[in-house]
Design a protein around this ligand. Structure first.
Ligand SMILES: NC(=O)c1ccc[n+]([C@@H]2O[C@H](COP(=O)([O-])OP(=O)(O)OC[C@H]3O[C@@H](n4cnc5c(N)ncnc54)[C@H](OP(=O)(O)O)[C@@H]3O)[C@@H](O)[C@H]2O)c1
Length: 324
């Protein structure tokens, strides 16, 4: 089978597409024919050796996928050849077949196409965990989303609306803001043009945002925290801007607020039942047409470098997907 391989840390152009042996399902595993593998921002880091996970070489990037079960290994129940599934593997999905943990595979409804299904798991999974389990977002509260047109950002806009929040979407260009408005944002802020702290305060009548969803970090986290409401929650999701911000802790004191970490990859290991319930909720909402799971572009494996460069260059709205 064909696989996109990272054989040493480097840039997207260092990746190669090669023929390797087909996988065999071990105990507790299933082999899935990958119809679509979705990329996340962290794939740009994992191939450079700058991510917390450092797989043995050679490995394939892409943490999530959708496809059809080809075979199952010893001890696997509830799955059979021919089932349409989505899965999360952490890495390794940018290839024609993957041997994956069967307990990480979830059947998908016939109405959900493979491209959209592939990119659901990490973005909406992280965000539902963040808003519900960590941020305790309540009906009627104000939610500010940074990087709102990106993968997890768009999920936060859509899930925030479904949970009854007023959503203020923040991004770096008017095109991105028009895109998130189309996906339900109530108000928008261009933080490349306007001062984020002042704009957030103005948009909330001086009260500040109850919950701030921050997958960007860099220069935006502190101004956002300065515009948080009394007893608000700042959700620390990621650092796409590169720099990990350092916060003056007097802000937490003065606002009586919480600075809350979100680590979905660890959550799904520590609370598999909670993760299953969240995934079921996401798939139900998807089947009801309430989540877009928007895919901006689909690339063949051979063009994976272009896909990763688009992510690193801040050019992607929603998800991009590889079709092996
Ligand atoms: N905590 C968790 O469990 C968890 C789970 C999944 C992902 N994450 C993290 O969440 C972050 C976003 O992931 P994603 O896959 O949604 O990424 P994405 O689709 O690339 O979106 C990231 C957004 O960040 C903004 N950004 C600001 N400066 C940037 C820069 N220098 N380079 C790239 N983007 C920049 C961009 O929006 P603007 O141009 O509008 O600023 C972009 O839309 C990553 O740091 C990822 O590791 C965390």
């Amino acid at each position: 089978m064909k696989a996109l391989l990272c054989k040493h840390y480097g840039t997207p152009d260092d990746l190669t597409v090669e023929d390797i042996a087909d996988p065999v399902a071990g105990p507790g595993e299933a082999v899935v024919r990958v119809k679509a593998a979705a990329l996340n921002f962290f794939d740009t880091l994992i191939i450079a050796g700058k991510y917390q996970t450092k797989p043995a070489m050679p490995f394939s990037p892409a943490a999530e996928f959708a496809g059809v079960v080809d075979s199952v290994g010893e001890g696997v129940t509830g799955l059979k050849a021919g089932d349409r599934v989505l899965g999360y593997s952490g890495y390794g999905a940018a290839r024609e077949q993957i041997a994956a943990r069967a307990d990480r595979l979830v059947p998908i409804p016939d109405t959900l196409d493979f491209d959209r299904a592939a990119g659901l798991c990490v973005t909406y999974g992280t965000t539902l965990h963040a808003l519900k389990d960590r941020g305790h977002l309540r009906n009627g509260e104000t939610l500010a989303v940074l990087g709102a047109s990106g993968g997890v950002g768009l999920a936060a806009v859509e899930l925030g609306k479904l949970m009854g929040a007023r959503v203020i979407a923040c991004a770096s260009s008017d095109d991105k803001l028009a895109f998130v408005k189309k996906h339900g944002a109530d108000d928008v802020i261009n933080y490349a043009r306007d001062d984020l702290k002042d704009a957030l305060r103005n948009a909330t009548g001086g009260k500040g945002a109850d919950v701030i969803y921050d997958p960007v970090g860099g220069p935006y986290a502190e101004p956002a925290l300065r515009a948080i409401a009394w007893q608000g929650r700042l959700l620390v999701v990621g650092f796409a801007a590169g720099e990990i911000p350092k916060m003056p802790l007097n802000l937490a004191l003065l606002k009586g607020c919480d600075i809350v970490g979100v680590f979905w990859g660890s959550f799904i290991e520590r609370d598999p039942a909670g993760h299953r319930a969240n995934t079921k909720q996401i798939l139900d909402w998807c089947a009801q047409g309430k989540l877009s799971a928007h895919v901006q572009a689909v690339y063949p494996l051979a063009d994976a470098a272009d896909a990763l460069k688009a992510l690193a260059a801040r050019k992607v709205m929603g998800k991009i997907v590889l079709r092996p």
